[in-house]
Write a protein that binds this ligand. Structure first.
Ligand code: GAL
Length: 974
């Protein structure tokens, strides 16, 4: 067989011009299901369509980020080119139009990466563009009864050079295959233009139906708008119409009709405009609180079913996400329909990335090679034509990381002429010469701040620079959500909220692309790059999402939701007033019910509702709460810790969540000042830096005896407590490991922080205080820390005052940070339950703790662990006032902070946590490893992007840390 087309840089031959997706009443027949299949001329077997053959036992998945897994030798591909043959015989329904003049098309919604198709033995053509639809005309070839369709699919093709997205290489027919009857003449294509005038509230509707094959007698009806069998071309001016937005996705049912065909559509009216460099829709500036979404399912790869797509949309809506960038290809068409229906702004990205050429200095990059122009234009046309009728689509994106070049410019030019109503996005165009949006990925906070102020450094060409300054700014990727993190979201959101020029951003990325595997004894785990023996791979860089592969929200999503919630509360204690600010772009807060509750030391005291007046977008409403404060106390002398919690919940069911769903919350201390580690409730305020603050926190010396008789320590437990050792290392997070040369983890390792030894300088007891002075240092280094432990026991309560300082000149540490500063204790594993009063219930870190709230929490040790796809530091609980670690009988250890501490408890050591490639490879070692920390280094997002902000860094310095330890005993029955 000759497969010359495979390496032809052209887009293919024989497919019909691209057109809109449409819900037509013309007959259609799904050809999804089991097909006959063989790989590389092996034995014939069966394979489902849609699916990837590598996920059904044929060949293996492979993961690379930037690198092409074949030589860069465009447009050629290796001789070893896995090729799948598909065959299926289907029965044509008896009433299917066949014979002279009958037109039918065979539609493929996605085949990776190149395919040729035959019907009843006759070749129809071949195509490339994996995530794009291709239709082939088959009318004349169809026969009543049995028909056979054959498809040859090649894993590698010239198209692979254009599809170097950071994802698994997976092949096959992975989206639907459908046979569609097309009446003659047919209503093949249409383009809805539905604008909205915010000054009058009126809409304009004009539907282009001109184009190949379109009959002259098309009629349009939109009954709700009083349009009945009118000429779709209009334009029709509609007096009053409700606009579409991601917040209120109002659509109007419409019908386009010819004598032969009826197409149902749902029209959303909206107008996009850039006004003074600010992105507006329907006359109002909008803020994109977005995510980058790859299509992913842990068992099916990019072959998504409808339920999975819906789950993504519902999860996004419930977590306040209002925008999606379809990184880096057009999604399954049903996903866009869901975005229209539930309300999400979409950056619809073309199926294009040539990132691997960067590794050879962009030499021979297709983006600037005329031989590839047709293929690149074809991809853009197929994207726009298929998706143009979705009101959710806000921008067209030319693709991702494809360098620069004339083919990209040609794509932009075509796009602009075809759809002048939508701005064009492409991040790789640093000058923004041919796009309408200034887009950056992983810009740090300071850069975003400068861009917000319009003070970013100019680029070389003054005309291009002026253009770039006139368009809105988006972070098309930021806050790389790999492993534990992202840190620094609150600080980004503050900038996004502050600067009108900054239209918002899209977290990288929505989901970890782990592939589900099962151990022989039935435990599930998720594979990443290298787990299939790939010779070239990028490891767990594929697991960088806000949700785990099974779509369980990670702590990062919980944090993101808290930071972006469009409802903000403020308490003014001097005025005794509480206010709510509406940060939606359009909708009022009348869909919400507000409540308050008061807790003293984490125990409920009182609760009630808050009756805010109607608050329109952008406004703030304030309620006096003297009465509330008077009823509940609010006395600064109250010796309990008083916290007011306010909440906003859905008052009625929404299409995406039930009434009662919590939309926002905030907590306010009513007797501030007692606790030196305040918790802020607002996204825009940075959390206090625990280190600088706690390091100089005054140490109180009194131990309050418990009212009950002095408890007796079980000997082993007391020894375990007094054996507590200073610990400064943590199992590096993906962000600590960083990327390229910027690895904190490596620097920590080079400094030996993971192998510190302890030398006792002296150990003496005087007036009941045992003082142990040690020097804590790694081999082969003269850097060290002096740790002084002062132990005192009063009435069965042990008090530890720990003082730490660098040995010698602190400047010798340079800019090295400490991963953590705290104590490690080895406790019995019988302590399986943890209860605490502090921030929870989820994990939190100093630059990712907006979502943690003050309360009393209780979880098992197992529940404290966060199962990141690659094991790493996790599970820290912050600002605990006290915590109890108890066994099944309720006996154990209570730790009290003076004033607070962070803790993590796990059945394995940090060394084991750092070494295990996957969670199922972690084995309990017979000890409960308890970490009691004064501080951690921040998380940041250095796995791809900036590290932690300076105020979240933990630098070696003088520190003091005080804790009380008591045994928890169970009273014996008297
Ligand atoms: C960007 C790229 C994404 C992804 C991300 C890192 O450069 O556009 O596709 O690779 O980095 O996870």
């Amino acid at each position: 067989m000759s497969f010359a087309y495979v390496v032809d840089p052209g887009p293919g031959v024989g497919a019909r011009p691209p057109r809109t997706t449409a819900d037509s009443d013309a007959p259609s027949l799904s050809l999804n299901g089991l097909w006959e299949f063989r790989l590389d001329q092996g034995p014939w077997t069966e394979l489902p369509v849609p699916a990837h053959w590598q996920l059904h036992g044929h060949g293996s998945p492979a993961y690379t980020n930037v690198s092409y897994p074949f030589p860069i030798d465009p447009p050629f591909v290796p001789d070893e080119n896995p090729t799948g043959e598909y065959r299926r015989t289907f029965q044509l329904p008896a009433d299917w139009p066949v014979g002279d003049g009958a037109v039918s098309v065979l539609r493929f919604d996605g085949v990776d990466s190149c395919f040729a198709v035959r019907l009843n033995g006759t070749p129809l053509g071949h195509a490339k563009g994996s995530r794009l639809a291709h239709e082939f005309e088959v009318g004349a070839l169809l026969r009543p009864g049995a028909n056979t369709v054959e498809v040859v699919v090649h894993q590698w093709s010239s198209g692979s050079y254009l599809e170097d997205q950071d994802m698994w290489w997976l092949s096959g027919i992975f989206r639907d295959v459908t046979l569609l009857a097309r009446p003659e003449p047919a209503l093949d294509d249409f383009f809805v233009h539905a604008g909205w005038d915010h000054t009058t509230g009126s809409g304009t509707l004009a539907i282009e139906t001109a184009g190949p094959g379109v009959p002259p007698d098309v009629r349009l009806s939109v009954p709700e708008l009083g349009l009945h069998d009118v000429d779709p071309a209009g334009p029709h001016l509609i007096g009053q119409v409700e606009p579409w937005s991601a917040e209120s996705p109002r659509r109007y049912d419409a019908v386009l009709r010819t004598d032969r065909e009826t197409v149902r559509l749902r029209i959303g009216f909206r107008s996009i405009a850039v006004v003074d460099g600010v992105l507006t829709v329907n006359g109002a500036p909008i803020t994109l609180r977005g995510v980058n979404r790859h299509e992913w399912h842990p068992e099916h790869g990019r072959a998504l079913d409808h339920a999975t797509m819906l789950r993504d949309v519902l999860l996004m809506k419930r977590h306040h996400v209002n925008a999606v960038r379809t990184s880096h290809y057009p999604p399954h068409p049903a996903f866009l329909e869901l975005c229209d229906e539930y309300g999400l702004w979409v950056v619809d990205e073309c199926d294009l990335e040539t990132h691997g050429f960067e590794q050879v200095g962009w030499r021979r990059n297709p983006s600037d090679d005329p031989r590839w122009q047709e293929a690149m234009l074809d991809r853009m046309r197929r994207t726009v034509e298929r998706d143009k009728n979705h009101p959710s689509v806000l921008f067209w994106s030319l693709g991702n990381e494809a360098g620069t070049g004339r083919n990209l410019a040609a794509m932009a030019q075509w796009c602009r002429s075809r759809d002048p109503e939508r701005p064009i996005h492409y991040e790789g165009d640093r000058d923004s010469g041919y796009v309408d949006v200034y887009s950056r990925m992983y810009a740090n906070h300071a850069e975003v701040d400068a861009i917000g102020r319009r003070e970013e450094p100019p680029t070389d060409d003054p005309a291009l620079d002026a253009h770039r300054r006139s368009v809105p700014f988006v972070l098309c990727e930021y806050a790389h959500a790999m492993g534990n993190g992202p840190g620094g979201l609150s600080e980004y959101q503050r900038l996004i909220d502050m600067y009108p020029r900054v239209a918002g951003g899209f977290v990288w990325e929505w989901i970890d692309h782990g592939i589900a595997r099962t151990t022989p004894d039935g435990r599930r785990w998720y594979a990443y790059g290298g787990d299939f023996g790939e010779p070239l791979h990028d490891g767990n860089f594929i697991a960088d999402g806000l949700v785990f592969p099974d779509r369980t929200p990670s702590p990062g999503l919980i944090e993101f939701a808290k930071v972006i919630t469009p409802i903000r509360f403020d308490l003014d204690l001097t005025l005794s007033a509480i206010s709510v600010t509406n940060r939606y772009d359009f909708r009022s807060l009348d869909h919400l019910a507000f409540g308050w509750s008061l807790e003293r030391d984490g125990q409920p005291v009182a609760s009630g509702t808050l009756d805010f007046p109607e608050t329109v977008a952008g406004d703030t409403s304030t309620l006096p709460i003297e009465e509330l404060l008077a009823t509940v106390g609010g006395d600064p002398a109250d010796d309990g810790e008083l916290w007011l919690t306010v909440t906003a919940r859905l008052a009625q069911d929404q299409p995406w969540a039930d009434a009662g769903h919590e939309m926002a919350w905030a907590q306010f201390p009513l007797n501030a000042g007692r606790f030196p580690a305040p918790v802020t409730s607002q996204a825009s305020t940075s959390v206090s830096a625990p280190v600088s603050r706690s390091m100089s926190a005054p140490v109180s010396t009194s131990i309050t005896p418990m009212s009950t008789p002095a408890p007796t320590w079980p000997a082993g437990l007391r020894d375990a407590v007094t054996a507590a050792r200073l610990d400064v290392w943590r199992a590096p997070t993906d962000n600590d490991r960083g990327c390229g040369t910027r690895s904190l983890a490596l620097r920590w390792e080079q400094a030996g922080l993971h192998r510190m030894g302890h030398r006792t300088i002296d150990d003496s007891t005087e007036s009941g205080v045992r003082t142990v002075r040690t020097r804590v240092a790694p081999a082969a280094s003269d850097l060290g820390l002096l740790a002084t432990y002062r132990w005192r026991e009063t009435d069965g309560v042990l008090r530890l005052d720990l003082a730490v300082e660098p040995d010698g000149d602190p400047a010798r540490w340079g800019d090295l940070t400490l991963p953590r500063l705290g104590l490690h204790l080895a406790l019995p594993t019988s302590l399986t339950q943890v209860a605490w009063f502090g921030l929870g219930p989820g994990e939190s870190y100093r630059d990712s703790r907006a979502a943690a709230r003050i309360g009393r929490w209780s979880l098992s040790v197992t529940e404290l662990q966060t199962p990141y796809v690659r094991p790493q530091e996790n599970g820290n609980r912050s600002a605990a006032r006290w915590a109890e670690f108890t066994d099944a009988q309720g006996r154990g250890l209570r730790v009290e902070g003076l004033p607070t501490f962070d803790f993590a408890a796990r059945p394995w050591s940090d060394a084991a946590l750092a070494a295990a490639p996957h969670p199922h490879e972690l084995t309990p070692d017979g000890v409960l490893h308890l970490h009691l920390d004064l501080a951690h280094d921040g998380l940041g997002t250095a796995s791809c992007g900036p590290g932690a902000l300076p105020e979240h860094r933990l630098r070696p310095g003088k520190a003091e840390f005080s804790l009380l330890f008591r045994p928890v005993v169970v009273a014996s029955p008297s």
